[in-house]
Design a protein around this ligand. Structure first.
Ligand code: ADP
Length: 397
């Protein structure tokens, strides 16, 4: 069966059409600048060049229509007609406490996702627009919602409660939820498979280091802790997000700089992280180049970033009573030697040693630890779309 995987943002829509039998990607693409003018659809059929079309996309429904046209196009298409799409799997960011696994979408699920928009005001409404646009353009095709938070729902209460008045949890659902769940699930699963072990018998730390970054502790196949919180702002230092900080800084800077809470929130989400720290870029390729040329701020930024990753690895090793494997994934985790090297330099204390030559390898599944290392260290490229397709298929069985 072909499954269309959709990741819908407020002005963008990413898609992949996956054949669930072979698990091959038949085509993928991106609709950008939806509803804001200058819209572009980039469609890439497997093994062929991408086709870029500049065309008006006033809303997401039009974008979905154009995606279907691209997928069924005589020249660039990969299927004959819409009837060859068996289901749609949507990435939905926040599933709250309600969803501990993927579900087929019906009216009550839509209402629940809508309600959860209070916890993810930037994401859930956009995800819902994607669901509604697909329902409009593909009537009768089953749709699944696959939540970024679901994998983390196994966390024990001691890991997800904040040290705040308990009533905030009861009244407003303030707690840690965690994100990137499909990635942490996929990478921990692959880590065990690559090592020829059962995930149920392992303690795995997954470092998902992309623009957004989070780290998780997966013990006996279940997430027991993760670094992102009620929102994706907590935890590691990220591309443009601050990660952990003293909450008192919020008020202090608002007052000093004359910022409103909304403006300060924007600083913490969009202007902080390695961008804010380095004053150079949120892209680690730029930071790496600058550091190589001796830029002190770039070196300090890479050091600070990596130190925070290492601190979490230490904490999660303790939380799990030890660690069997540590995996790096996402843009930086998969490609960036600099960061991996800096993080691995802290791992000697847990008996981990890595082969520096292997640590240079980019974007491939590989065990980078040495044979005598007490902890396996791996690079495992993530595949969130495949996880969404698998979970969608599972729901149809
Ligand atoms: P997102 O969270 O947006 O999906 P990604 O997982 O694509 O983010 O990660 C983006 C980050 O990965 C950027 O900081 C980028 O610099 C880094 N990255 C991607 N490719 C490379 C590379 N070849 N070398 C170093 N860093 C890379």
């Amino acid at each position: 069966m072909n499954i269309l995987v959709i990741n819908c943002g407020s002005s963008s829509l990413k898609y992949q059409l996956i054949d669930s039998d072979s698990e091959k990607v038949l085509a993928k693409g991106l609709a950008e600048r939806i509803g804001i003018g200058g819209s572009v659809l980039t469609h890439t059929p497997a093994g062929k060049d991408k086709v870029v079309t500049e065309t008006d996309m006033p809303d997401h429904s039009v974008a979905v229509k154009l995606v279907i046209e691209a997928l069924t196009d005589k020249e660039h298409g990969v299927i004959g007609s819409l009837s060859e799409i068996g289901a749609v799997g949507h990435r939905v960011v926040h599933g709250g406490e309600k969803f501990d696994k993927a579900v087929l979408v019906d009216d009550s699920v839509i209402r629940d996702i809508e309600e959860l928009s209070a916890l993810a005001p930037l994401h859930n409404p956009a995800n819902l627009i994607g669901i509604r646009s697909c329902a409009e353009n593909m009537p009768g095709v089953p749709q699944a919602a696959v939540f970024d938070t679901a994998f983390h729902q196994t966390m024990p209460k001691k890991a997800y409660m904040y040290g705040l008045p308990y009533e905030y949890y009861e009244k407003y659902k303030v707690r840690r939820y965690g994100f990137h769940g499909t990635s942490h699930d996929y990478v921990s699963r692959r880590t065990a498979e690559i090592l020829g072990k059962d995930r149920k018998d392992m303690r795995i730390i997954v470092c998902h280091l992309g623009n957004g970054a989070s780290i998780s502790a997966v013990k006996n196949g279940e997430c027991i802790d993760t670094s992102m919180g009620m929102t994706p702002l907590e935890g590691l230092i990220m591309g443009t997000r601050s990660g952990d900080m003293d909450p008192a800084i919020f008020d202090y800077i608002c007052e000093k700089e004359g910022l409103t809470p909304a403006e300060m929130n924007n600083v913490l989400n969009k202007k902080s992280g390695v961008l804010g720290l380095s004053g150079l870029s949120s892209d680690f390729r730029d930071l790496g180049e600058a550091a190589a040329q001796g830029n002190e701020k770039a070196v300090m930024t890479l050091d600070t970033y990596s130190y925070h990753v290492a601190k979490y690895i230490g904490a999660y090793t303790f939380a799990m009573g030890g660690v069997d494997a540590i995996s790096f994934t996402a843009g930086i985790g998969e490609n960036n030697y600099d960061v991996r090297r800096r993080v691995c330099d802290y791992l000697g204390v847990i008996g981990a040693s890595v082969d520096d030559e292997k640590l240079h390898i980019r974007g491939e599944e590989i065990i980078v630890s040495t044979p005598e290392s007490k902890v396996a260290v791996l690079i495992v490229p993530t595949n969130e779309e495949l996880t969404i397709a698998r979970q969608t298929l599972e729901l149809l069985k």
